[in-house]
Design a protein around this ligand. Structure first.
Ligand code: GLV
Ligand code: MN
Ligand code: MN
Length: 421
């Protein structure tokens, strides 16, 4: 089989970086259904058409490219990732696996490789939670869990300005044939995603390929603390209900709690905060913020959520503030299919590429896809472990090694007749 086209990958990464809502910053911001997102969609669709692949988009904007196999009645292999970014993020997160999926289909097609199953590249709508506060929107609707089934569900999901997913989506011409988005178990033979590691493990070990065995899952909680807005100079320190101080206690409690678990795959983060009225000489009356908890096992992650909610009760008592919260998501960690992991190990061995089996600290559309079908992921190193930052970087040599493993793995899966489970 031919090697992936380095120039296609390099040009694609650079070009996608130009579709950016914050060009004044160093990094990239591409939120779902913004102009930047729509430009990226047009570009990716043009690449798919140029490659001579079948193209379609579903009702929520997941983009598919299809390469037909010898027996299209067999469940297909899917590979793909996302092409949206966090606010002021990097050039590689999601983009490598999205371009990589299109390129893998091109390589298999142009090499004239025979394969039994259809192969689809799927470019998911909005894996990042930036605009609507919920990650993996496209893959959530594909798996169709409770709350992510019908067009009605899109009417309750809102961004910070109160625009619903329904409004944002229909304004861009999506929302049609919604019932066709959802897939059921058995519809897809396997899903495989190439992604940057986004952490320091591979680089520190000097190993080019990570094979993901488990994906940590998030719990998202949005919280509002209501205290009393008062004068910063004339309100005595012992007569305050300062929502900012209550907020600070929660942030530090989360940090020490997660640290005390002493495991790299259990984390707690407060990354988004709104303070009202946000003035230097006014005691904050209200603080709204998000909590992002991650865990590789559900039980300790759920306990972390329960304990922090108990801490809210203690703080309410201690500081006389009101605390309201809502659990926006509580996903379960998922594990890769062992046969797929073994297949990828075989590919790495044949290509003489050292590999390391590891958990993913970040979540991915693969986490959702694992509910539907056997899943595995291939990681390539991230320089200094940096991600969700403009300094995110993976070299083209490293990306090309990941592509070697992706292309061969996809081809082997597409010719597999034995079941994976
Ligand atoms: C996805 O980017 C995540 O937040 O893990
Ligand atoms: Mn990300
Ligand atoms: Mn990602």
């Amino acid at each position: 089989m031919k090697r992936a086209d380095r120039k296609f990958m390099e040009d694609g990464i650079r070009t996608l970086h130009t579709f950016n809502s914050t060009p004044e910053l160093k990094g990239n911001t591409r939120y779902i259904f913004t102009d930047a997102d729509m430009q990226a969609r047009d570009y990716l669709k043009s690449l798919i058409k140029e490659a001579g692949l079948e193209l379609y988009e579903d009702g929520i904007g997941n983009i598919f490219a299809v390469l037909r196999g010898e027996d299209s009645k067999l469940p297909p292999v899917w590979t793909g990732s996302h092409f949206d970014t966090v606010i002021n993020g990097g050039m590689y997160d999601g983009v490598v696996g999205s371009l990589g999926a299109i390129e893998a289909l091109k390589v298999i097609k142009d090499s004239g490789e025979r394969h039994l199953r259809d192969i689809a590249a799927v470019l998911f709508t909005s894996e990042e939670s930036g605009r609507f506060g919920i990650g993996c929107l496209g893959s959530h609707f594909i798996t169709g869990e409770e709350g992510f089934v019908s067009i009605e569900d899109t009417k309750r999901i809102k961004d910070d300005s109160g625009v619903t997913l329904y409004e944002a989506m229909t304004e861009r011409g999506y929302g049609k044939d919604f019932e066709k988005i959802r897939k059921k178990k058995g519809d897809i033979f396997a899903f495989i995603e190439l992604h940057i590691e986004q952490g320091p493990v591979l680089e520190s070990m000097g190993i080019p390929i990570g094979i993901v065995t488990g994906i940590t899952a998030p719990t998202y909680i949005s919280v509002t603390i209501k205290g009393e807005q008062r004068h910063a100079g004339s309100t005595p320190m012992n007569a305050r209900k300062d929502s900012m101080c209550a907020f600070a206690e929660i942030v530090l409690e989360l940090e020490s709690y997660a640290k005390s678990l002493g495991h790299p795959n259990f984390c707690a983060t407060v990354g988004k905060v709104n303070v009202s009225p946000n003035a230097s000489n006014v005691i904050a009356g209200e603080v709204r913020f998000t909590i992002d908890l991650r865990g590789i096992k559900s039980k300790p992650k759920d306990k972390m959520a329960e304990d922090i909610i108990r801490f809210f009760a203690y703080l309410k008592e201690k500081r006389g503030v009101k605390i309201e919260y809502h659990i926006d998501a509580n996903d379960k960690p998922m594990f890769s299919n062992e046969n797929l992991v073994e297949l990828i190990e075989g590919v790495c061995e044949d290509k003489k590429l050292p590999y390391h089996k590891m958990n993913s600290g970040a979540y991915h559309d693969s986490l959702m896809m694992a509910k539907l079908c056997p899943m595995a992921m291939i990681f390539v190193p991230s320089k200094d472990g940096i991600s969700h930052d403009p300094d995110e970087y993976t070299s083209m040599d490293e990306i090309m090694e990941g592509m070697d493993v992706l292309c061969e793995s996809v081809l082997r899966i597409a010719n597999r007749t034995e079941p994976l489970n």
